[in-house]
Ligand binder design. Structure first.
Ligand code: UDX
Length: 468
């Protein structure tokens, strides 16, 4: 077995806490540091600052085993550490649309006098190209250049599946400018390579920094592409799920991130696409496709309210709308850039009254939404509402009992922005359903509906035969 390392992780957000805990899980000695004393005290008592499935067991186990510790004291954290990870936040700078690097730079300034000789400092936060160079200069102004190394090791984990993404990633990206940093990081990730054949890419620091932004911008573009095609499907009478299946089976395209919905949100795609555009602008380069992705996604989020209004001939004044699902995606309590927020605000401006359900997001949602009645039960939320709108595909929502839902609603109107429910079953029960990337049900004769359904059935059967 390889030697265990002493590792310090600065910042206990999603990336810092998950990375630190998983490094400990591999047998390393890890100290996670955060300036927020409340967070640290909570973690020491086994209270997680974020909702992330599987994380609390892992934290508690490694803490109990003495491999993982938490502190507010940076000096204590980095004492004897062979690697120090900077995993602090890089939010969008208010009014500037670029990344706010003040937390990264502050960490670098404080580290400069505290690290021992031969320490490798790794930037794990998502940072614009060239940030590693600045960190190098900051620390280099206090220490001799050959006594430390600065590396980049971006993290690709997704919220909701963060632990499994971290432990079994598609690849590890390491950006280094010297041998010490390269060797140290390869040693850290060695078990991944030998045990599960994870590809490790070792490249220049600037390239590693850019890979993270490029990957996120590409995925955001892929989602936006299928969302625009979904609009076309609605107009020409096609089904976007089958379309995505047909495209995605082409190995050059790939099936994932082709699910149409209300537009992407979250803590990464919106922020990282903007930061990438700013970098490009600074260097005089046009990234037209990314620009278009950002604009199309923003417009789409705003347009979703119209889709709800359309179900009522454009007028929802005085109607009650039940919004099911608030977080930007399932299995997280994160409300950052969630499509539910502009949707609800627009519905309110149109005169709609909002009742909303989310299994874990209500606390955070209440901080960003005004005038909304929140419910912890989806049926209670739907009670006496004129329509139910599905915005996040939580399991509890996918499993909803349509008969019960119809019974609770005042009108059987369903707007499914995630295609989470069985549209055919809903139609059969008499729902007026408007989903994404399929024609909305008309008030046409039953025969017409049956005909349409037969057509869909035929598509499904054919697809299944082709796949199997
Ligand atoms: C993303 C990246 O996937 C991850 O690699 C990076 O480290 C951080 O940003 P995350 O924001 O946690 O992760 O969630 P993700 O699952 O990627 O979803 C982002 C948004 O895109 C969500 O709003 C989601 O609903 C939406 N999405 C995703 C779609 O609308 N369709 C899809 O097919 C996939």
């Amino acid at each position: 077995a390889r030697t265990q390392m002493k590792i310090a992780v600065i910042g206990t957000g999603y990336v810092g806490l998950v990375s630190g805990t998983c490094f400990a899980e591999w047998g390393n000695n890890v100290v996670c540091m955060d300036k927020n004393a409340q967070k640290i005290a909570g973690l020491r008592q086994g209270r997680m600052p974020i909702y992330e499935p599987g994380l609390d067991d892992l934290v508690k186990r490694n803490y109990a085993a003495g491999r993982l510790d938490f502190t507010c004291d940076l000096a204590e954290a980095v004492k004897g550490a062979a690697i120090v990870f900077i995993a602090v936040g890089t939010p969008t700078r208010a009014g500037h649309e670029d990344a706010d690097l003040s937390f990264v730079y502050m960490a670098a300034r404080e580290l400069a006098s505290l690290i021992a000789d031969d320490t490798v400092v790794v930037v794990k936060s998502t940072v614009p190209v060239g940030t590693g160079d600045v960190v190098q200069r900051i620390i280099g102004s206090v220490r001799k250049a050959d006594t430390f190394s600065i590396a980049s090791n971006p993290e690709f984990l997704r919220e909701g599946v963060a632990v499994s993404d971290f432990l079994a990633p598609d690849r590890v990206v390491i950006g280094v400018e010297d041998e010490r940093a390269g060797k140290r990081l390869i040693e850290l990730y060695e078990s991944m390579v030998t045990l599960q054949n994870t590809p490790v890419i070792i490249t220049m620091r600037r390239t590693a920094e850019l890979i993270k932004y490029a990957a996120n911008a590409f995925l955001a573009t892929k989602i936006t592409f299928i969302n625009e095609l979904a609009d076309l499907c609605e107009q020409v009478g096609s089904n976007v799920s089958d379309l995505a299946l047909g495209m995605g089976l082409d190995k050059r395209i790939g099936a994932s991130f082709l699910t149409a919905g209300p537009g992407y949100g979250g803590s990464c795609f919106p922020k990282d696409t903007l930061a990438l555009l700013r970098t490009a602008e600074d260097y005089g380069v046009t990234l037209g496709i990314v620009e278009e992705t950002v604009a199309a996604n923003d417009a789409r989020k705003r347009r979703m309210a119209l889709k709800v209004a359309e179900a009522f001939g454009g007028d929802i004044d005085g109607l009650t709308i039940a919004v099911l699902g608030l977080t930007f995606k399932p299995d997280t309590d994160d409300m950052r850039d969630a499509p539910s927020v502009p949707l609800i605000e627009a519905l309110q401006r149109m005169g709609g009254r909002i009742r909303a359900y989310d299994p874990v997001g209500i606390e955070n949602a209440a901080k960003v939404l005004d005038g909304v009645d929140f419910f912890e039960d989806p049926y209670e939320c739907a009670w006496n509402a004129d329509a139910a709108v599905i915005v996040t595909e939580w399991e509890t929502i996918k499993k909803i009992d349509l008969v019960q839902l119809k019974h609770h609603l005042r009108q059987p109107v369903l707007i499914d922005l995630r295609n989470a429910l069985d549209a055919d079953a809903a139609e059969e029960l008499g729902f007026h359903i408007s989903a994404v990337g399929r024609p909305a049900s008309t008030d046409g004769s039953l025969q017409e509906i049956v005909k349409r359904r037969d057509r869909r059935q035929a598509v499904k059967t054919e697809t299944v035969e082709l796949v199997s």
